[in-house]
Design a protein around this ligand. Structure first.
Ligand code: ATP
Ligand code: MG
Ligand code: MG
Ligand code: MG
Length: 564
């Protein structure tokens, strides 16, 4: 591509709304433009990078035996009503009506749709396992779209769905996707960790998040350097508390359930329906278990909690406030439709002691707990740090002190079990002719977010440093002076040669000062620069690596050899 013809509106100034490097650089390098908050256009260079990432994802999915399809972004309300998520997803879902008043949404994810797709078509265990995926735009009306491609309202996701005949099959499919994800993010040049996650709005049992390490990441994780334990902070807290005394006796008089004596029994006792189950937290004050939390659904959990404590709802609420007073000596008020279990969670956290008169409320009715992050989704005082695992908390696996790091969630895989197949009544006939629900998994990669994550790990003061695997072009040939015939001739010759050999190459043939050209080449992050300057008459060019700044003069005949 000739830069004289390219649409690449670079900016000299850092746009003030852009707070983090990837957002600033994507705008400055003319790769993306904002339409409205959280909605972006991809310009030629940016779109090329996105397609590179997309292609890596596609290749690894195909290699793992998944098959690509393309579904619509528009989904009818009915399938979401079947799974109940129409009522649970909350304001993050973009909803619309057609001219007849029929309700639709712009898909934030596609579990229901894929389950619906196969439920009438896949009839026999012989057709399983099956894994189908798409690469398609998702819509989420994020409370706080920010950081450019990192948290946008329209974004590109690869989402895959696996269907198996039993749990063992599901676990196998999950493992295959896990491996594929490791390959994908490695090929994208990312440093990442795989951490145990919360199942959140997806429901189901097991989940893992792929975290690109970055200080600007919105997620926090806890990991152990001694063993391989790694989890999101919430999950780490949860497991930490669960594992501490697996066989501990539940002695406290506050617990009112004669048949429940151990934590294990307790978890069984709670037995919340899979789709209501987000996580179970067991809190203690001074080694006494004071609360068991199963956030996710107020009605189910609070009733159970109340039974457990042998109190009525409002009494429990009162009791909680009493506990706060006792523990913190502070008056604490609560507002908003936040679940009682969440209140207990706040209350019993001993680190709450520094807080006075603090009020927290979920953002929407019936939209609390699930995937809610303090500070991000809650107005009011940020209490985030009070609720996280801390550096030095003990690893639940090996007991060593945990480390804490921030990361960008670039991928997430879920074992869904039969949550969606049951609610949408998707069945097949097994070996014995018996009707069974599909065991499912779902697997997401945030492709546009990955693009931002790659920049966060690869930039310097001059601009982006794309890894070769995703760079918009591999090579840029910079003609230092377009007024010098020998430079133009050599530049053009090299340009043609490299293109003929299949190298993706940019030719900076613009009539600009050399400084402008070098700065642009650095800003847009092309891995290799060939500078055709004064020594063009001797057939000598400069070969420069963007990442290291390493420069060598070579004969123009050697260029291809060096690049390939
Ligand atoms: P987050 O915790 O950051 O809100 P999520 O857990 O809600 O993300 P998933 O439902 O797991 O997201 O979706 C799968 C992937 O889609 C995520 O791992 C992430 O890479 C990407 N993704 C999710 N929300 C956004 C967004 N608003 N903008 C860009 N990418 C996103
Ligand atoms: Mg989210
Ligand atoms: Mg998440
Ligand atoms: Mg997720």
């Amino acid at each position: 591509m000739r830069m004289s013809r390219m649409y690449m509106p670079t900016l000299r100034e850092v746009p003030s709304e852009a707070e983090i490097p990837s957002h600033q650089l994507l705008l400055r390098a003319g790769m993306i433009r904002k339409l409205v908050s959280g909605v972006y256009s991809f310009l030629p260079l940016g779109y090329r990078v996105m397609r590179k990432i997309e292609q890596i994802v596609r290749e690894e999915m195909d290699a793992a035996g998944a098959q690509e399809v393309l579904m619509s972004a528009i989904q009818p309300a009915e399938i979401w009503q079947e799974s109940r998520r129409w009522y649970e997803f909350g304001p993050e879902m973009f909803r619309l009506k057609d001219r007849h008043g029929r309700e639709f949404c712009l898909g934030p994810t596609h579990e229901e749709y894929f389950t619906d797709l196969i439920r009438d078509e896949v009839k026999s265990y012989k057709q399983l396992p099956l894994n189908i995926y798409q690469i398609q735009t998702k819509y989420r009306d994020e409370k706080r779209p920010r950081f450019g491609l990192m948290r946008s309202r329209e974004f590109l996701m690869k989402d895959a769905y696996s269907f198996d005949k039993d749990e063992e099959g599901m676990r196998e499919s999950y493992k295959i996707m896990w491996k594929a994800y490791e390959k994908i993010f490695t090929r994208c040049g990312l440093k990442f960790k795989v951490v145990e996650g919360d199942s959140g709005a997806m429901g189901g049992s097991d989940s893992h998040e792929f975290m690109a390490m970055s200080d600007v990441g919105e997620s926090q994780m806890a990991y152990c350097e001694k063993c391989d334990y790694a989890a999101t902070d919430e999950k780490a807290k949860c497991i930490y508390n669960l594992n501490i005394d697996e066989d501990a006796e539940l002695e406290t008089e506050k617990i009112y359930t004669p048949n429940v004596k151990t934590i294990e029994q307790l978890v069984k006792f709670l037995n919340v329906p899979a789709d209501k189950f987000v996580k179970t937290l067991i809190y203690k004050i001074k080694d006494e278990i004071v609360a068991v939390l199963v956030p996710g659904n107020r009605e189910v959990n609070e009733v159970k909690l109340c039974n457990l404590f042998g109190v009525r709802d409002h009494e429990l609420e009162m009791a909680n406030e009493e506990i706060v007073k006792e523990v913190t000596g502070a008056e604490v008020g609560f507002a908003g439709p936040i679940g009682i279990s969440e209140k207990v969670k706040l209350i019993v956290d001993s680190r709450i002691t520094q807080m006075k008169n603090f009020i927290v409320g979920a953002n929407e009715t019936d939209y609390h707990i699930k995937n809610v992050n303090y500070g991000r989704d809650f107005e009011g005082q940020v209490v985030e740090d009070l609720l996280l695992v801390e550096e030095g908390d003990l690893c639940p696996k090996c007991g060593e002190p945990l480390k804490i790091a921030r990361g960008i969630e670039v991928g997430n895989i879920f074992q869904l079990g039969t949550k969606y197949s049951e609610s949408l009544n998707a069945t097949f006939l097994d070996e014995n002719g018996k009707e069974k629900y599909f065991f499912m998994g779902s697997y997401g990669v945030g492709i546009s977010r990955t693009m931002a994550a790659i920049i966060e790990q690869n930039y310097d003061e001059k601009g982006i440093i794309w890894p070769l695997s995703v760079a918009p072009y591999h090579v840029i040939i910079t003609i230092v002076s377009t007024k010098k015939e020998e430079q133009v001739n050599l530049g053009e010759k090299l340009y043609k040669e490299l293109m003929d050999k299949g190298i993706e190459v940019l030719l900076d043939d613009r009539n600009e000062r050399p400084g402008v050209k070098f700065n642009d080449a650095d800003l847009i992050g092309i891995p290799i620069r060939i500078t055709v300057g004064r020594k063009a008459s001797e057939n000598i060019v400069e070969f420069v690596l963007r990442a290291t700044g390493e420069k060598v003069e070579i004969s123009s005949d050697e260029v291809y050899e060096r690049i390939k």
